[in-house]
Design a protein around this ligand. Structure first.
Ligand SMILES: [Zn+2]
Ligand SMILES: [Zn+2]
Length: 420
């Protein structure tokens, strides 16, 4: 029996990888513009880190985490999200001693044992940013504006920014109690997940995707009226700055985000066309997370975006740039006795930084030309007995269909000039 990729994983073949490369480049460029610095953390961490940060009662830790004992008996887990590891590193390396804020970005695979569907894999990729060391609304807005700028440079025009405040523990606890009370009367009519949430994680009752639950929770108390003065001022500060920067938003009292560690600002960028699955990225503030993970009391705010979802949305809206122009040189050899000489030409081309390749299978000249065409080479150098006698090569421009006879040195000159 043949071995296949595990359920919930996907191979990213070259044509798709080229698209991902575009996303990564634009993301990294945006990070550079915003003065964010890259951090790379391990793909697995001590399980305890996620239990503490993401929350023991969360679906992510409870049902979806890949945790295991290694051969040394350590309790480890594949990271289900990116923030916890970055927070752990921030504490472990004393980054709170550096001038604040510390602005970081990451990119890489995350793992959740979930039912696979379009845009949702068990190994999936996220790009994210984190800003540590300031509680000022300007930091929240920095993260939100970054996200808006990133999506608009990808070409998205119809994303909606949903924003809410989930308050601080002080104002959230009485609210959660009232929410629990509200849900208790309707418990038997809620879905199985919501029945569990009602006990353990009542905030999540608000963003159940089941139509029935949404209807039942429609008249639930709203967190907005429970916010303490501090949280209210902070939220208003964020909204005011968004107004100043002309970033349109929609205050969505039902948006609470999936992870437990958020405080105050929570936001998502939602594509209207994809419906409930439409969140392309989001984040929020986590003022207690560093402390929860064993560090000093340092506030933070961040963003995470799903690469698969964004790529799917780009497919759907046909936002990928046109295929790139053919470029580079293919070294076609007519006579296998000339291979060695052709090889030294090939490496001279590469030394000049030109994209170059040759035939590895002793194919006919015609087959080599076809190969060069299919592989997007702009030029072909043809080298055979006839050329060798004249100490020349043929340089064929596949785009224009023109052909020159000249020395290799002359051809190299033309190709280098052409490229710059
Ligand atoms: Zn509060
Ligand atoms: Zn439900």
């Amino acid at each position: 029996m043949s071995i296949k990729a595990p359920r919930g994983t996907r191979d990213i073949l070259p044509l798709e990888a080229q698209k991902w490369y575009i996303l990564e480049e634009i993301f990294k460029k945006m990070c550079c513009i915003y003065n964010m610095h890259e951090i790379r953390t391990p793909l697995f961490e001590e399980t305890e880190l996620f239990v503490r940060s993401v929350g023991e009662e969360s679906d992510v830790v409870n049902k979806e985490m890949y945790n295991f004992k290694d051969r040394g008996g350590r309790e480890l887990a594949l990271r289900p999200e990116g923030t916890a590891g970055v927070v752990r590193a921030y504490i472990e390396h004393g980054l709170y001693n550096m001038p604040q804020p510390v602005k970081l970005f990451y990119y890489g695979p995350m793992f959740r044992y979930d039912r696979p569907q379009a845009g949702r894999q068990r190994q999936f990729y996220q790009m994210g940013i984190e800003i540590f060391g300031t509680r000022e609304p300007i930091a929240d807005v920095e993260v939100i504006k970054f996200t808006a700028d990133f999506f608009s440079s990808l070409g998205f025009r119809n994303l909606q920014l949903h924003i809410n405040s989930v308050g601080c523990p002080q104002c959230r606890f009485p609210y959660q109690d009232d929410l629990k009370e509200f849900a208790r009367e309707k418990l038997s009519m809620l879905c199985a997940d919501c029945q569990r949430r009602a006990l353990l994680n009542p905030l999540r009752l608000l963003d159940c995707k089941e139509e029935g639950c949404r209807e039942l929770m429609k008249d639930s108390p709203q967190l907005e009226s429970y916010l303490c003065q501090d949280c209210r001022d902070h939220f208003n500060g964020v909204l005011e700055l968004l107004n100043v920067l002309n970033v349109p938003y929609y205050v969505d009292p039902y948006m609470v985000r999936g992870l437990d560690y958020y405080t105050n600002t929570a936001f998502e960028f939602i594509s209207e066309d994809i419906g409930a699955q439409g969140s392309l990225g989001g984040g929020g503030r986590y003022d207690n997370l560093v402390e929860i993970c064993g560090g000093p009391s340092v506030p933070g705010v961040g963003l995470a975006m799903g690469v698969e979802r964004i790529a799917l949305a780009m497919d759907r809206e046909q936002l990928w740039p046109e295929e790139s122009e053919p470029e580079g040189v293919f070294m076609a050899v007519q006579d296998s006795g000339l291979k060695e000489e052709a090889l030294s030409m090939l490496y001279s081309l590469r030394e000049k930084g030109l994209r170059a390749d040759t035939d590895f299978l002793n194919r006919s000249l015609k087959a080599q030309m076809k190969f060069a065409n299919r592989n997007g080479f702009r030029y072909v150098i043809i080298f055979g007995e006839e050329e060798k006698l004249k100490n020349q090569i043929k340089l064929r421009d596949m785009l224009k269909g023109e052909q020159l006879e000249l020395s290799f040195a002359e051809a190299l000159d033309i190709l280098v000039k052409e490229r710059s």
